[in-house]
Design a protein around this ligand. Structure first.
Ligand code: C2E
Ligand code: CA
Ligand code: CA
Ligand code: CA
Length: 278
């Protein structure tokens, strides 16, 4: 019996151990990264599809690991969430991005900034006062900030999420539902929650040119959201045909590689300057 146990361990343990060790190492590195300038923020334009003007940017975190190179957020955000490092990480992104936003706005561009929140923030009663303090530090009007939350983030503890969202909105900060359509119970909380913006997930948007069902889903989602008085952002626009199709659906804001890849703050400044003189 003991031998059986041993065999099983020797069969399954190594893989498990490597993953665990790997994860722990990455986590330790992330802790270091937070204190040593390895994390930076890039900004992806959000564009009014009717006149192609930049109306906002989404802040996206990047990790330039000294040995591994660029680690994608999909790999380290979950680690940050599980370990609690997501709190200092979000604080860093918020602070960095608000500083850039203040600069852009000082140049005369009344754009909005969107920052991603994790599920953990929606049960953190300290969030509203931290957001208020960050806005005050950079002297940015609260209405220029949009916080993006996901359906799954809300559903993990709906009552507390409701409360945090309400307090954040009382500051004048706006709330967007990110990746809309990929979670559950969407319609019920659209009715109940007070939100400002809906971001239609890229998995529907990027295929509206060749998937009739996706087109139907996006068309009715946009109609519903606009009828509810929400701002609509379509994510994952990768070609001009998609822009044309979305234009026909009403007043939609677009985001995607075709309209602008995530870029350094200087790239956004240059883009805004170009638009100002155009
Ligand atoms: P998300 O919030 O849905 O962000 C949009 C993602 O789609 C970004 O990936 C962006 O680069 C990518 N994207 C934009 N346009 C296109 C397109 O046309 N085609 C395709 N295929 N992709 C496009 P990224 O930057 O790798 O971020 C991945 C996810 O990581 C984000 O998804 C978000 O959930 C998370 N994330 C990124 N930055 C942060 C952050 O600062 N805090 C938190 N909590 N999560 C973040
Ligand atoms: Ca987002
Ligand atoms: Ca998204
Ligand atoms: Ca996503």
């Amino acid at each position: 019996h003991a031998k059986l146990e041993r065999d099983r361990i020797s069969t399954y343990a190594p893989e498990f151990d490597i993953n665990t060790v790997e994860r722990l190492r990455l986590l330790a590195d992330l802790r270091t990264a937070l204190d040593s300038d390895q994390l930076h923020v890039v900004y992806q334009p959000q564009v009014d599809l009717h006149d192609l003007h930049t109306v906002g940017v989404e802040a996206l975190v990047r990790w330039e690991h000294p040995e591994r190179g660029l680690v994608p957020p999909d790999e380290f955000i979950p680690l940050a969430e599980n370990s609690g490092l997501i709190f200092p990480l979000t604080a860093l992104v918020l602070d960095t991005a608000l500083e850039e936003l203040a600069r852009w706005r000082a140049a005369g561009d009344e754009i909005r900034l969107a920052v991603n929140l994790s599920a953990r923030h929606l049960s953190d009663s300290a969030l509203p006062s931290q957001v208020a303090a960050a806005l005050a530090r950079h002297d940015v009007p609260s209405s220029a900030l949009v916080l993006e939350v996901t359906e799954t983030g809300i559903l993990s503890d709906p009552a507390r999420a409701d409360l945090v969202i309400r307090e954040v909105r009382e500051l004048g900060v706006e709330i967007a539902i990110d990746d809309y359509g990929t979670g559950n119970a969407s319609l019920s909380y659209l009715k109940r929650l007070e939100i400002d913006e809906l971001k239609v997930d890229r998995s529907f948007v990027s295929s509206i040119g060749d998937d009739r069902h996706d087109l139907i889903i996006v068309r009715s989602t946009v109609a519903l959201a606009l009828a509810l008085g929400l701002r609509v952002v379509a994510e994952g626009i990768e070609d001009d045909a998609t822009v044309e199709t979305l234009r026909g659906l009403g007043r939609v804001i677009g985001q995607g590689y075709h309209l602008g890849r995530p870029g350094a703050p200087e790239e956004i400044s240059a883009r805004l300057a170009r638009e100002r003189t155009a």
